[in-house]
Every structure is written in C-alpha cells, then in structure tokens.
Design a protein around this ligand. Structure first.
Ligand SMILES: [Zn+2]
Ligand SMILES: [Zn+2]
Length: 339
C-alpha cells in the first residue's frame, strides 16, 4: 500500500509499505478516505515542529472506513464511517487523572509523535475512533478534528451565550473557533490581515471584522464593546504581539486563550492580569470534544460551507503541499482524497 512519508525535514516521498495488520484484540484496521493538511503538518515538513520526530507519516485530520476489527472491539463495526481522535496518553499522570489527557506527560499524537493517517490503511486502538453517520459526506467528516480544536478553545475560554468573543486570525483554526463560538451564541469580532479571510468569516457568522493593517484594533474593540473589552479573546495567530493585544483588549473577568507555540516571550504587565482578574488559558488539541462535534456534524449544525477549498489525490501530495504553501489566500483547508 502507499504511504506519504517525511524521511527528514524538507523531504517527502510516496512509498510502498506493507499493509498493517491487527495485532491486538482492541485494535481496528482503517481504510483511509480523507486526510486534511494542517499548518502543523507543514511545520513537520519544514522541520519546525519541535515535537515531531523523523521519519514520519503525517496526518492527524483523518476520516476513514472500518475495514476490520479485533475481537474485543465493541464501539465500531466493519463498514462504519469513523474519524480519528489523534491522542494517545498514559491515564496515570496528573493531567490524565484530572481529565486533561491532551496534555499527558507521555502524550503521543497520531501523525506527530507516531505515524499518522497519510497512508491507505492504518491500525489503531478502537477507543481512538469515533463513528460518524454514513450519510455524512467525507469532506464534512474530515473536518471533525479541526472543529475539536475550535471547541476546545471555546471551552478553555469559558465562552457563554451573549458574550463578546474576539478571535485573532481568520485562517482555518480561527474559522473553526468562530463556528463553535457562534453555535454557543456568542457575539464575535474577528481580525485578520487578509480581507478575503474576513469576508469568509462574515459568511460564517462573524458579527464584526477588523483588519489590523487598516484600523486600530484596540480602539475598534473598545467601540464595539462600549469600553468593556472582549469577554474572551482567542488568539489563533500566536505571536508575542497578538498575545499582548489579547491581554490588552480582554474585559475585566475575561479569558485569554492561547493556541500558538511561539517560544519568544511577550511583554505583559502583571498589573493587567491582576487588575482585570483575567484567566489566561492555553488550549492544546482537545479533551472530550469529539462526541459533541460529531453530534453537530451528524445533525448538520456544523458544515464545512466552503472551508474545504482544495482536494488532491494521494499521487499529488507533493503538489498539494506546494500549493498550500504558496497560496495562503486561496487555500482554507486542502484535503488528500483516497480511493
Ligand atoms: Zn490540524
Ligand atoms: Zn498521562
């Protein structure tokens, strides 16, 4: 069978490898149908993801059909359509015991720390797959994992109906956050330096858009919120500056959620946090969000609505990576389509 492998940073090969076999009773064999290309895959390609090791088969946004099941598997059957929950964890550490296995000290992410879904077949523990209604289009199902990222950010930001949420960045992650917080009933302000992205955000429910290269973000947020600030600020850009801005424009008793992995420090005065009693929350991967997201997909409350802009066959994965890289204005989400 074919697999897409990154042998080392900056190189990619489509290779022929043996089809994997179920070895344990709790495992399932998946026939892969769609794999989304994510910003983090591009970082692995460029050698800029500090968590990835090589050689690596990437792909953590995966929709598949169950091709075989081990004898202990009860949650899915052969022929079921499923999506992959990409986290594997120890169950014993402080984070795991506190319901936060997504930050387990032994965390292994499918397609990052271990081989992922960019291959024709994969074997994995049945508890890491979730069934999706078979009528749901594969292009909708493959968006489940990205939506869980948005759902997690909304949860970490304690977003409630009627609140004003400011999302920085209207790329794919910012849009998944937007979709989730709109479903929660929030009033949303979103910013991006690309007007095309802001237009798409409006089509997906954004109430206010700001282009920071054209207007003063702080002043606009103050105007929209009548001086209160945003009750939750979700930073889907993730630079030292956007983090500083998040803290500046958050309302008293507000939440600031970070999604980025920038190592450079931000200059944030303690006074801002104490005076407004802000909660600063990191948001990484997801915890228990798959069930909620799949329910929203199955009931068509959550649809990709133009978020999947490009599809490539497995044989054109190199073209796909190059295209994604060179066309940030055109590509929202590109997916690899398997036969
Ligand atoms: Zn991703
Ligand atoms: Zn753990």
């Amino acid at each position: 069978m074919k697999a897409v492998i990154f042998p080392e940073p900056h190189t990619m090969e489509v290779v022929d490898i043996d089809k994997p076999q179920i070895k344990k009773d709790h495992e399932v064999l998946l026939k892969i149908k769609r794999v989304g290309i994510c910003g983090s895959d591009m970082h692995i390609y460029h050698g800029t993801n500090p968590m990835a090791t090589y050689p690596r088969i990437v792909g953590h946004e995966v929709a598949a059909e169950v091709a075989a099941t081990g004898s202990d598997v009860t949650n899915v059957s052969v022929g079921d359509h499923v999506v992959v929950e990409p986290i594997r964890y120890c169950g014993e550490c402080f984070a795991c015991k506190n319901g936060r296995p997504n930050v387990c000290k032994e965390l292994s992410v499918f397609g990052v720390h271990e081989d992922g879904g960019m291959r024709e077949f994969a074997v994995m523990p049945a508890k890491q797959v979730h069934k999706v209604n078979a009528e749901i289009d594969w292009d909708e199902a493959v968006m489940a994992e990205p939506y869980t990222i948005g759902a997690q950010a909304a949860w970490r930001g304690n977003v409630q109906a009627g609140q004003t949420v400011f999302i920085q960045g209207a790329g794919p992650i910012g849009i998944t956050v937007l979709k989730m917080v709109k479903l929660l009933g929030a009033n949303v302000i979103i910013s991006d330096i690309m007007n095309e992205r802001l237009e798409f955000a409006k089509e997906n429910g954004a109430d206010h858009t700001i282009n920071p290269s054209e207007s003063d973000v702080t002043a606009k947020i103050s105007e929209i919120t009548e001086g209160e600030g945003a009750n939750a600020v979700i930073d889907a850009v993730g630079t030292p500056k956007t983090f500083e801005l998040s803290v500046d424009v958050a309302s008293p008793a507000g939440y600031v959620v970070t999604l980025g992995f920038d190592k450079k420090p931000s200059a944030i005065a303690m006074m801002q946090i104490t005076k407004k009693e802000l909660t600063i929350a990191g948001s990484r991967l997801q915890t228990n969000q798959f069930e909620k997201v799949i329910d929203l997909i199955n009931t068509r409350q959550l649809t990709q609505n133009g978020l999947v802009t490009h599809k490539f066959p497995l044989s054109e994965v190199q073209e796909a990576l190059t295209f994604v890289e060179e066309n940030p204005q055109k590509v929202r989400k590109a997916v690899i389509e398997f036969d």
